[in-house]
Design a protein around this ligand. Structure first.
Ligand code: ECB
Length: 135
């Protein structure tokens, strides 16, 4: 049985989001707004099928995928690039690889109790986010 991430998670810490956004080529004005945001994640999971919704007051983002199945991801409202994206289990961690123009792009999620971690990677930058379960 894989881990179950279903639920609602609110951000409590966000390290080097700025560096991650610079690596993605996000302009200064957008970064200035984005770095003030407090994202909420809503995971809907049925075994190996996921919908991850990221909500903010500025923009929202949603991604649907099945473990191990590559899909075309368009990061609409983020950096608006096209990636060939695959998410796999590494034990109970979710490991995402986003192949495309940017090297070393992807993310990893893992849980410890009511804490959800997210590491976002692009080029030589790592953004580390921490979320707490609220539902
Ligand atoms: C939608 C939340 C952030 C909106 C920020 C708006 C503009 C900044 C533009 C680009 C910044 C790049 C990425 C934002 C970082 C995170 C958003 C979701 C990233 C993501 O891939 O989430 C994964 C893992 O939880 C599931 O889609």
């Amino acid at each position: 049985m894989p881990a179950n991430y279903s639920g609602t998670w609110d951000i409590v810490d966000n390290q080097n989001f700025e560096g991650y956004m610079v690596a993605l080529g996000i302009d200064f004005a957008t970064r200035k707004v984005a770095r003030m945001l407090k994202p909420q994640k809503v995971f809907e999971q049925d075994g190996d099928s996921f919908i991850i919704k990221t909500f903010t007051t500025f923009r929202n983002y949603s991604s649907s995928f099945k473990i191990g199945e590559e899909f075309e991801e368009i990061t609409k409202g983020l950096d608006n690039r096209k990636c060939q994206t695959t998410i796999n289990w590494d034990n109970d961690k979710l490991v995402c690889v986003q192949k495309g123009e940017k090297k070393n792009r992807g993310w990893t999620h893992w849980m410890e109790g009511d804490t959800l971690y997210l590491e976002l990677r692009c080029e030589d930058q790592i953004c580390k986010q921490t979320y707490k379960r609220t539902a």
